[in-house]
Design a protein around this ligand. Structure first.
Ligand SMILES: CC(C)(COP(=O)(O)OP(=O)(O)OC[C@H]1O[C@@H](n2cnc3c(N)ncnc32)[C@H](O)[C@@H]1OP(=O)(O)O)[C@@H](O)C(=O)NCCC(=O)NCCS
Length: 197
């Protein structure tokens, strides 16, 4: 547990103590860095909380690509395949963060990769090292599973996540571009619409 002591009164004599105590503004009192937030393996009961938190963060307006891929079925896919690398951060049994990881291995390739697929922290708890604790624990689990490299990807405009990943130590960034093609005007789509009308 880390404690932040931003301000320490200079105490001259024991008789100063009572005065000092009354003068300490409440915002300078020792603040827990992450108050009673527990990091543990995800359970089935956590699924609704994980989905709900993801729904609020991976919105169509902020992150269209993440939004398209995020849904309950995606959480179930990762959870059923890789329980040991699905972690949640909870406060009083409420999900306030999660890290969902999976393992990639190709036949004939001895390297195993640990992919951090989804990471999120409730904005009310941001910058309290919740993500750092989640990813550290995930990293340990990957190492225990003899994984030699961790992978992560996110949108280029997701500056907060990029700042976090870089600070954590991820590097060797490669650009990957998503393209799309609207199929509404495909002849078969037009034909179907014509027949439906
Ligand atoms: C990115 C995210 C997971 C970070 O969670 P967090 O719990 O606030 O991050 P931490 O407190 O563990 O940050 C650790 C360090 O990373 C860096 N960092 C984290 N967020 C940052 C931000 N918004 N701006 C700059 N640096 C940041 C800082 O160096 C920070 O240490 P410091 O606070 O002592 O300076 C969180 O903002 C989030 O859920 N974003 C939306 C979902 C998302 O984009 N997920 C990633 C793609 S799947």
């Amino acid at each position: 547990m880390f404690w932040r002591l931003d301000w320490r009164p200079r105490i001259n004599t024991p008789s100063d103590l009572s005065e000092v105590r009354t003068r300490v503004p409440s915002k300078f009192k020792a603040m827990p860095r992450h108050p009673s937030i527990n990091i543990r393996e995800m359970q089935v009961d956590d699924i609704p909380g994980v989905v709900e938190l993801g729904n609020t963060l991976f919105s169509a307006e902020r992150f269209p690509t993440l939004y398209r891929c995020w849904e309950e079925a995606e959480v179930l896919r990762i959870y059923t395949g890789y329980k040991e690398t699905c972690l949640v951060a909870t406060r009083e049994d409420r999900v306030v963060g999660f890290a969902l990881g999976s393992v990639l291995q190709k036949p004939g390739n001895p390297w195993r990769y640990g992919w951090l697929e989804w990471l999120a922290v409730n904005p009310a708890y941001k910058r309290r090292r919740v993500a750092q604790r989640l990813v550290r624990q995930l990293q340990e689990r990957f190492v225990e599973g003899e994984i030699r490299m961790m992978l992560v990807d996110t949108s280029e405009v997701n500056k907060n996540a990029l700042a976090f990943f870089r600070k954590f130590g991820f590097g060797q960034e490669k650009r990957h571009v998503y393209l799309s093609l609207n199929l509404d005007n495909h002849p078969k789509a037009l034909e179907r619409r014509f027949l439906d009308e």
